[in-house]
Design a protein around this ligand. Structure first.
Ligand SMILES: [Zn+2]
Length: 311
């Protein structure tokens, strides 16, 4: 048995019964990236939002049918998020708040106000901004630690997952920002969200674009190849997943990201030999920088056919 687990999987090998594509259910998955990392090496530390071990992933497989890329060797990651703690994430609250404000400014053009739910709400940064901008906003988050951080700020974040959520009314907007790439059951996530939106509600998804030029140029060193990312979407596979959930695309664009100079320098240094490391003057360390290299997708979706909300 041990030999079977440890055997090296070759590039051209086609895998194998029991491992189906999370989007199209086809059982023809090909290993495209080997990894020495196995399920037993995983810990919630590797799932931290600010984890910077770029390029470190579980084995990555590509579906020979729809092209979706997934880490088939895990089937359940929720436990890692429930116990997750991330001090650095809390420390980057300021640039992340600006980032969420910009995302909400885009959303506002499609749905200005109303009930908003943020899925995977973290420490409540988006919800906080949304409330400021006039939404009746709340969030749901599995990490006990992050929910506590949100509650310290009196933000309405429920602890748990969508299965445990019993909203008093349906939502006009549901945001899923940098979440769908973290789950092993993306279609279940989308169906749950579909059931939570109002008749004319919208769903907003942000996720890394594995089909982007930057992803192709950096290949397996791309910063979004991380242990926590178990599913990798491009525009086509994202639209395909939404289409399967009876949702249609209204708009797709590349959002900008906001970071402090210090955060960016630290990340760039990961790619450089130590003698080339960047050290920034204090002024630039704290300055917030907007970056858009086009490797993130923001998609706005609505029900394909009018929803019957009697449920
Ligand atoms: Zn597939």
């Amino acid at each position: 048995m041990k030999n079977i687990i440890n055997r090296k999987i070759t590039e051209s090998e086609t895998i194998l019964p029991g491992m189906a594509c999370w989007l199209c259910s086809l059982k023809e998955l090909k290993v495209i990236k080997n990894s020495s990392l196995t399920k037993k090496d995983l810990s919630s530390k590797l799932f931290a939002i600010t984890d910077s071990a770029y390029g470190k992933t579980l084995e990555v497989y590509r579906c020979m049918g729809c092209g979706f890329m997934q880490c088939s060797s895990v089937d359940e990651v929720l436990g890692y998020y429930e116990t997750l703690q991330d001090e650095e994430y809390e420390n980057t609250r300021k640039p992340r708040s600006l980032q969420m404000k910009k995302v909400l400014e885009i959303i506002k053009k499609y749905k200005n106000g109303g009930r908003l739910l943020d899925v995977g709400a973290g420490n409540g940064i988006l919800v906080e901004q949304a409330i400021t901008m006039g939404y009746d906003a709340e969030g749901i988050e599995p990490s006990t630690w992050l929910v506590k951080k949100a509650h310290d700020r009196k933000l309405p974040i429920y602890e748990g997952t969508l299965n445990s959520l019993k909203p008093k009314e349906l939502y006009d907007v549901v945001t899923i920002i940098d979440v769908i790439e973290h789950v092993t059951n993306p279609l279940d996530l989308l169906s749950s969200v579909y059931n939570l939106i109002a008749k004319d509600g919208i769903i907003v998804i942000v996720t890394p674009d594995v089909g982007s030029l930057v992803a192709k140029l950096l290949s397996w060193k791309w910063w979004h190849y991380r242990v926590a990312h178990v599913g990798y979407f491009n525009k086509n596979t994202l639209n395909y997943a939404l289409d399967k959930t009876n949702l249609k695309s209204i708009k797709m664009l590349n959002p900008s990201w906001y970071f402090t100079g210090e955060y960016v320098a630290e990340r760039i240094n990961k790619y450089l030999p130590s003698f080339m490391h960047i050290t920034l003057p204090i002024y630039f360390r704290n300055k917030i920088i907007s970056i858009n290299v086009g490797d993130s997708i923001l998609g706005i979706y609505a029900p394909k056919t009018p929803k019957n909300n009697e449920h």
